[in-house]
Design a protein around this ligand. Structure first.
Ligand SMILES: [Zn+2]
Length: 70
């Protein structure tokens, strides 16, 4: 029983028996790798909590104890 899915790059139907599966072609495979390499997909999430950001900047500013460490 053969399987098929859509090429992640161009969404063409690709059979599981295709040598480039799950991509329809070598070109699409390279394009997908390029997307990863160029940062098209982001894994880490930036801090977006305003309270946490406020706390971080405040502890930096109002902490004369550690001033001489810099
Ligand atoms: Zn493709």
């Amino acid at each position: 029983m053969s399987k098929a899915l859509f090429c992640p790059t161009c969404h063409k139907v690709v059979l599981a028996t295709d040598e480039n599966f799950p991509f329809c072609s070598d070109r699409c495979r390279l394009l997908d790798l390029g997307k990863w390499a160029s940062g098209g997909y982001k894994v880490s999430t930036p801090i977006q909590d305003p309270d946490l950001l406020e706390e971080l900047s405040r502890s930096k500013r109002d902490n004369p104890k550690h001033e001489d460490e810099d």
